[in-house]
Design a protein around this ligand. Structure first.
Ligand code: NAD
Ligand code: UDP
Length: 307
């Protein structure tokens, strides 16, 4: 089962599970930020099904379940503004329902956590043992604290109820099927470049991020699910760059000439982010393979098709 299966990452995970020979894959999604279009190719496969359901309501399904992947949650900073209560509810109630289902079915439950656990990090690169620097009353707390609560709940179900759990801390991931209007930097800047609009840089563009192509991320999630590792594992691409450098790469890759404009930095925007992937390398034998020079053109082609 893939909760959030109609979303960006969830739809790629469903696709990969089917390609790897899963007997059946059930996506559960209320389509708040996901889309049926993401599942177009999958709906033709008899092994695939979609249950339209809000995971904040109890989750009951017939038959055996081996894995519950919990990816259900809006994830863009733009969503933090509008879907704030939905994010806090799905991070708490939704995660509880995913864990209760895994308990009943004796399934492995994998929780999609996030680099936002580390907040505006003071330790760089971010290693899993770092407790983070999160402002619990700031604007991003809606998402960060929901995800921190989610991790705490997962570990409590593991310790108190014996549920087999995994936690993946996902760093910025990009690729086809991101929403063009979701406000995250990759669709926003690529969309602007393709429309001939200036690329918006928040602050002076010196903040850093490390971008992982979706196929690599899904590979890491599957390796973690199949392992027995119960502590959190960072999965992301350690190649770090400033947002200004990223914007310039977008202009080069699109052939865009619309230039850059500067906008105020949103409050609480982390200044730096880069995963330490030693645990993923040593415990899972995983590391990213797709460079930005390969992944960005594939993503641009997808957005060009949409436009
Ligand atoms: P997305 O918005 O494309 O996907 C989330 C999916 O969850 C959507 O299809 C949405 O409709 C569904 N959903 C939300 N609330 C639901 C509910 N109450 N009931 C049922 N379905 C619900 O986002 P994404 O980028 O694919 O992110 C997937 C997961 O990975 C999220 O948990 C997110 O926090 C995590 N994550 C993503 C990134 C990234 O860079 N993409 C980074 C860190 C963590
Ligand atoms: N950003 C930007 N211009 C945009 C959108 C985002 O400069 O049009 C910046 C944003 O301030 C942040 C970085 O890009 O520093 C990554 O933003 P995103 O929303 O993709 O992810 P997150 O902040 O959650 O890592």
């Amino acid at each position: 089962m893939v909760l959030g299966g109609a979303g960006f990452l969830g739809s790629h995970l469903c696709e990969r599970l089917l390609a790897d020979g899963a007997e059946s894959v059930l996506a559960v999604d209320n389509l708040v930020t996901g889309s049926l279009k993401n599942l177009e190719g999958l709906q033709r496969d008899a092994r695939f099904d979609l249950l339209q359901h809000d995971v904040c309501l109890p989750l009951v399904v017939a038959g055996p379940v081996d894995y519950v992947f919990n990816l259900a949650s809006p994830a863009s900073p733009k969503d933090f503004e509008v879907l704030w209560l939905e994010i806090m509810r799905v991070g708490s109630l939704g995660t509880q329902h995913a864990l209760e289902l895994a308990e009943v079915k004796q399934a492995v439950m994998l929780q999609a956590s996030t680099s936002e656990i580390y907040g505006d990090p003071l330790v760089h690169p971010q290693v899993e043992s770092y407790f983070g620097n999160v402002d619990s009353t700031g604007p991003r707390a809606i998402y960060d604290e929901a995800k921190r609560y989610g991790e705490a709940l997962v570990q409590a179900f593991r310790r108190k109820r014996g549920v087999a759990t995994r936690i993946v801390r996902i760093f910025n991931t990009y690729g086809p099927r991101m929403r063009l209007d979701d406000g995250r930097v990759v669709p926003e800047l690529v969309g602007r470049a393709l429309r001939g609009e200036p690329l918006t840089l928040y602050g002076d563009g010196s903040q850093t991020r490390s971008f992982c192509f979706v196929d690599d991320l899904i590979d890491g999630i599957l390796k973690l699910a199949l392992s027995t590792e119960q502590g959190p594992v960072n999965v992301g691409n350690p190649r770090e760059q400033t947002i200004r450098e990223f914007a310039e790469a977008v202009l080069r890759a699109t052939g865009g000439t619309s230039g850059l404009v500067f906008r105020p930095l949103p409050p609480g925007d982390p200044k730096q982010r880069r995963p330490d992937i030693t645990r993923a390398r040593t415990l899972l034998g995983w590391e990213p393979k797709v460079t930005l020079e390969e992944g960005l053109p594939r993503t641009i082609e997808y957005f060009r098709g949409l436009l």
